[in-house]
Design a protein around this ligand. Structure first.
Ligand code: PRX
Length: 650
C-alpha cells in the first residue's frame, strides 16, 4: 500500500492514507472547525432546553460564553428526561460499598431522591447561586446532592474525601460556603475514615459555615455541635414536596472544583451549565460508543473532575447505567474490581494508568478468577499510559477484543479533548498515544515562541480556540485565569503539558511542562506541597520534586534545609511526612525526604528544579531537559555534583 505522507495545512489533518482511513471523523472534524457555531448548535439540540439560546458563542478573549440566552436544568437532563420514559425502571446507579453492601437506584428512584434532597436544600435556605461544600465518601448521596444542587441552581464544590482539614478549610473559605454536607465516616481498605471529625477540625477555620449536615454511613459515634450539626435523616423525615427544576442560564455556574496549579493555593475552576453539559453529552457518546444496554464504570473518585464529567454528567445525561464503588481496589483482595465487573456485567471500564500498573504488578491470576467477557471497551485517563501497560490492559483485561481509549483532558477542559472516538469511527490505535483531537478541539504543539512545530517535535500542547467545556473562570481570581491559560501564548489556551504530534497527526502527551505533579493520577502542585512542608517548625527551606514510580507514575521527593538548632534524623523525617499528610492529605505523602545543606539556586535565586529532579530520579543531568529552566548546563552540573555529595546527609 502506498502511503501519502504529510499534513493538509488548511485543516491540519494528516493525509497519510494508510493510517488514515477515517472518513466520518474527518468530515465531522472539518465541519466542527469550519462551521463551529452550526456544529455545536446541532450538538446542543440533543438536550432539552427551556429556552433556546440567542447566540451559540460569545468569544471575548479570554472568556467564552456558550449558548448565551439559553436556559436549561442539569438535573432535568440527567434525571427527569429519563424518569418520564421507559427508562424510569432502568438502572441508573449500581452502587457497592466497600464492606459489600449494595444499592440499586432506578431512574425513577433517582428522580424521587433528587427531588427529596433538593427540598432539604431549600429548607436549609439554599437557593440559586448559593454555595455549598460536599465532603463525602463515594456513596449514592454524593451524586444525588450534586444533582439536587443543579436542580435549584445552587453551586457546589466537591472536596475529595482524602483531603485533610487544612485543605478542606482552604476550599470552603474560598467559596464562602454556608453549608457543608458530610458523613460520619467512610470505608477505606477495611478501616473507617472519620470524615465528621475531620470536618469539625476544618470548620474551626471556616467562619462562613452555619450548618453541617451529616449522613450516617458507618454508624460510629461522632462529636456533635448543637445548633450547627444536623443529621440528614432528620431533614429527610420532614414533609416535602417535589421541587420543580429551576431553568438556569446556560452560563450559570454548575460547580467549582479546586485543582492544583503552580502557586501554593489551589484554583477554583468554575464550570458552566449549558456548555459543559453539551460538551460532556457529546464526548461521552463519541469516546465510549455506549449503547442503551451498556453498563459504564468510571473508577475515579467523584472528588476529581473525572468523577464529575464521567461518573455523573456524561453518562446520566444519556440515561446510562453506571457503577459506583466506594472503596479500595485491592480490598479485601486484589480481584475486587474484577468481581464487580463480573457481578454487574460492566461493558465499559474507564480507569487510570496507576490502577492498571498496580494490577499488572500483582499478576494475571486475579483476573483469571473472573469472567470479564461483558467488557467491550476500555478507557484510560489522568496520566500518560506507558505502551507496555497499555498492552497489558488490552491483552489481559480486554482479551484483545476491546479498543483502549486513552483520553487526554484536564479539570479546566471540562471534558475529554484528545482521544480515539469509536462512537464516531474506529481508529487505528497506537499504544501510548491519545490519538486525535475530538471534533471542535483545535489542538496544536508549539515551540517556546508559540510557533507550530512540524511533526515529531516535542513542544507545548495548546488549544487554539474555545470549546464548550472550557472553564468559565477561576473563582474570585480572573487575573489568575488570564495569566495561567491565556498569557503564555497570547490568544491560545495553554495546557501546561508537553506533547509531540507524529507524522500521522497523533498526539503523544508526555507530561507536565510546569511545576505540577501527577501522583497516582492526582494533581498536586509542588508549591502547594512546599507550603505545607514549610509550615513545619523545623524547616527552613524546601523544594518538592518527583521521581518516576513504577505504580504511581510519579512519587514526591523533598529536599529540605533545616532551621538552626535542628538536625536531620529519621524521627524528624517521619514527623515532616506526617505533617504533610495532615495538612493536605494522604495523597500528598512524600516518598523520600533529603536533608541538604542548601538548595541549588540560580544567580537570580530560582531553585534549579532540573537539578533536583535529576538527583531525585537518579538520572544524569545530561539526560533531562526542561524548556522552562533558565539554568545553564555548566551551572546545573556543578550544582548537581555538590548536591549528590550532600544528599541524604542524615
Ligand atoms: O498532564 C495531563 C494529565 O493530567 C493533567 C490534568 O489533570 P487533572 O486536571 O487532574 O485532570 C485529570 C483527569 C481529566 C493533564 O494536564 N493527563 C490527563 N489525561 C492524560 C494525561 N496525560 C497523558 N495522557 C492522558 N490521557
Amino acid at each position: 500500500m502506498t502511503a501519502k505522507r504529510g499534513m493538509d495545512s488548511a485543516s491540519r489533518l494528516p493525509t497519510n492514507t494508510y493510517l488514515w482511513p477515517l472518513k466520518r471523523y474527518t468530515e465531522m472534524y472539518r465541519r466542527s472547525l469550519d462551521e463551529p457555531e452550526a456544529f455545536w448548535a446541532e450538538q446542543a439540540r440533543k438536550l432539552d432546553w427551556f429556552k433556546t439560546w440567542d447566540r451559540v458563542l460569545e468569544w471575548r478573549l479570554p472568556y467564552a460564553r456558550w449558548f448565551v440566552g439559553g436556559k436549561l436544568n442539569v438535573s432535568f437532563q440527567c434525571v427527569d428526561r429519563h424518569a418520564t420514559t421507559w427508562r424510569k425502571s432502568k438502572v441508573a446507579i449500581y452502587w457497592e460499598g466497600e464492606p459489600g453492601d449494595t444499592r440499586v437506584l432506578s431512574y425513577s428512584t433517582l428522580f424521587r431522591e433528587v427531588n427529596h434532597f433538593a427540598s432539604v436544600l431549600k429548607r436549609l435556605g439554599i437557593g440559586k447561586g448559593d454555595k455549598i461544600a460536599l465532603y463525602l465518601p463515594m456513596i449514592p448521596e454524593l451524586p444525588i446532592f450534586m444533582l439536587a444542587c443543579g436542580r435549584i441552581g445552587a453551586v457546589y464544590t466537591v472536596i475529595f474525601s482524602g483531603f485533610s482539614p487544612q485543605a478542606i478549610a482552604d476550599r470552603v473559605n474560598d467559596t464562602q460556603a454556608k453549608v457543608i454536607i458530610t458523613a460520619d465516616g467512610g470505608y477505606r481498605r477495611g478501616k473507617t475514615v472519620k470524615l465528621k471529625e475531620l470536618t469539625d477540625e476544618a470548620v474551626k477555620l471556616c467562619p462562613s459555615v452555619e450548618k453541617v449536615v451529616v449522613i450516617k454511613r458507618t454508624g460510629e459515634a461522632v462529636p456533635w455541635t448543637k445548633g450547627r450539626d444536623i443529621w440528614l435523616s432528620s431533614l429527610l423525615d420532614e414533609p416535602h414536596e417535589p421541587v420543580a427544576p429551576e431553568p438556569v442560564e446556560a452560563t450559570h455556574p454548575l460547580y467549582i472544583l479546586y485543582t492544583s496549579g503552580t502557586t501554593g493555593k489551589p484554583k477554583g475552576i468554575i464550570h458552566s451549565t449549558g456548555g459543559y453539559l453539551v460538551y460532556n453529552h457529546s464526548t461521552y457518546q463519541w469516546v465510549f460508543n455506549a449503547r442503551e444496554e451498556s453498563v459504564f464504570w468510571c473508577t475515579a473518585d467523584v472528588g476529581w473532575v473525572t468523577g464529575h464529567s464521567s461518573i455523573v454528567y456524561g453518562p446520566l445525561s444519556h440515561g446510562a447505567a453506571i457503577v459506583i464503588y466506594e472503596g479500595a481496589a485491592d480490598y479485601p483482595t486484589l480481584d475486587r474490581w474484577w468481581n464487580i465487573i463480573e457481578k454487574y456485567g460492566v461493558t465499559i471500564l474507564y480507569t487510570s494508568p496507576t490502577a492498571i500498573r498496580m494490577f499488572m504488578r500483582s499478576g494475571e491470576e486475579w483476573l483469571k478468577k473472573h469472567d470479564l467477557s461483558s467488557l467491550e471497551l476500555l478507557g484510560s485517563v489522568g496520566e500518560p499510559i506507558n505502551p507496555e501497560v497499555w498492552q497489558w490492559y488490552y491483552k489481559n483485561v480486554g482479551r484483545e477484543m476491546c479498543p483502549v481509549v486513552d483520553t487526554w483532558w484536564q479539570t479546566e477542559t471540562g471534558g475529554i479533548m484528545i482521544s480515539p472516538a469509536p462512537g464516531i469511527e474506529p481508529i487505528p490505535l497506537k499504544p501510548g498515544s491519545a490519538t486525535l483531537p475530538l471534533p471542535g478541539v483545535d489542538a496544536a504543539v508549539v515551540d517556546a515562541s508559540g510557533k507550530e512545530l512540524p511533526p515529531c517535535h516535542t513542544g507545548y500542547l495548546v488549544i487554539k480556540r474555545p470549546w464548550p467545556g472550557l472553564l468559565l473562570d477561576i473563582y474570585g481570581n480572573p487575573e489568575r485565569y488570564r495569566e495561567a491559560y491565556w498569557s503564555r501564548f497570547p490568544g491560545v489556551y495553554y495546557t501546561g503539558d508537553f506533547a509531540m504530534r507524529d507524522e500521522d497527526g497523533y498526539f503523544w502527551v508526555l507530561g507536565r511542562a510546569d511545576e505540577v505533579l501527577k501522583v497516582a493520577g492526582h494533581r498536586l502542585g509542588t508549591a502547594e506541597i512546599e507550603s505545607a512542608v514549610i509550615s513545619h517548625p523545623a524547616v527552613a527551606e524546601v523544594a518538592a520534586t518527583s521521581r518516576p514510580d513504577a505504580v504511581k507514575g510519579q512519587a514526591i521527593v523533598l529536599f529540605i534545609t533545616l532551621k538552626e538548632g535542628n538536625s536531620p534524623s529519621d524521627a524528624l523525617r517521619k514527623d515532616i511526612i506526617k505533617h504533610v499528610r495532615q495538612t493536605i492529605g494522604p495523597v500528598a505523602t512524600p516518598s523520600k525526604v533529603y536533608f541538604v545543606q542548601s538548595l541549588p539556586k540560580t544567580r537570580s535565586g530560582k531553585i534549579m528544579r532540573r537539578v533536583l529532579k535529576a538527583v531525585a530520579s537518579g538520572e544524569s543531568i545530561g539526560d533531562i531537559t526542561s524548556l522552562d529552566d533558565e539554568t545553564s548546563v555548566a551551572e546545573a552540573k556543578r550544582a548537581y555534583q555538590s548536591l549528590k555529595k550532600t544528599q541524604g546527609g542524615v
